[in-house]
Design a binder for this molecule. Structure first.
Ligand code: ZN
Length: 287
């Protein structure tokens, strides 16, 4: 139906669109292509009046291992059509990185979180760091019983991922514990925090997500939109967006600190062996 390379856009039932992360060999890590293709898919679903609900899923075995720091595709921001009006992606100092992360992380996540139709994340296997961002922007999260979650970004010398929803998703104290320790947490724990709506046997996850989407799609479209935005705005009134914007500045300060200390945007002691020592486009200092 489309020429997407890193995702699939499907219509599994009337009124339902499904965006499937389709880089299973890379554990559905989100490179720039995938990020922009997800945004494009949301635009398709938004513009299609027949679509009332969107499922966000990932090809097995893992929902998403986070952002693709290796940038294997070799593509840069110039290869994509900008979605925010931020610009200055190639600027030096802290400005370029802030601008890029404002566009592809904070900006995109805000767009997807406020996408006006209900969204359901169907999460299986591992969901790490940037994977959490993808799940968290959805309205409902279904997790397979073997799903595992983790934000280990503190190991890289940064205070959590760019979409800092942790206090809201995990609760204040658990957010501190799980960020300080970078520990894994289970689907059942996530359900107890209120982050996950339902825990589903792995083999039934996709079918369950589709049934739930069809149930929601049977409701009046405009009332669904109004209800979604009513809840999001209640969350915003409680400080959600304000807190997110403030922490984004802390996040950028961490990157700037690492640049001064290590000449890298992250603390290299926390890099995975497969990444350590490489000077890829995202991590290397801008000239
Ligand atoms: Zn960052």
């Amino acid at each position: 139906m489309s020429d997407f390379e890193t995702i699939r856009y499907e219509n599994p039932a009337p009124g339902v669109a499904r965006i499937v992360l389709a880089r299973p060999d890379a554990r559905n890590a989100q490179d720039l292509s995938m990020t922009y293709e997800i945004d494009e898919a949301f635009k398709l679903a938004g513009a299609d009046d027949a679509i009332k609900v969107v499922i966000l899923a990932g090809d097995d075995p893992h929902f998403s291992s986070g952002h693709d720091l290796r940038g294997k595709s070799g593509k840069t921001m110039d290869d994509f059509e900008q979605v925010t009006m931020w610009g200055a992606f190639d600027a030096g100092g802290a400005e370029g990185r802030l601008s890029r992360e404002m566009e592809v992380y904070l900006g995109m996540s805000k767009r997807w979180r406020d996408f006006p139709k209900p969204t359901i994340a169907a999460v299986q296997g591992k969901c790490i760091a940037g994977g959490l961002m993808l799940a968290w922007v959805c309205d409902l999260i279904l997790a397979s019983d073997d799903a595992q979650f983790r934000d280990p970004v503190i190991d890289l010398g940064v205070c959590g991922v760019e979409w800092f929803a942790h206090p809201w998703e995990l609760g204040w104290r658990k957010a501190k514990e799980l960020l300080f320790t970078a520990d894994w947490f289970s689907a059942e724990e996530a359900r107890e925090f209120g982050m996950v709506n339902r825990v589903i046997p792995r083999a039934e996850l996709n079918e369950h997500a589709l049934k739930l989407a069809e149930q929601i799609a049977s409701k009046p479209a405009f009332a669904l939109k109004a209800t979604k935005l009513a809840i999001n705005q209640a969350q915003d009134a409680a400080g959600f967006q304000t807190g997110m914007n403030t922490v984004f500045a802390w996040h950028q300060l961490c990157h700037a600190h690492n640049m001064q200390m290590f000449n890298l945007a992250v603390d290299p002691s926390g890099l995975a062996p497969s990444v350590k020592g490489r000077t890829d486009a995202r991590l290397a200092p801008k000239k």
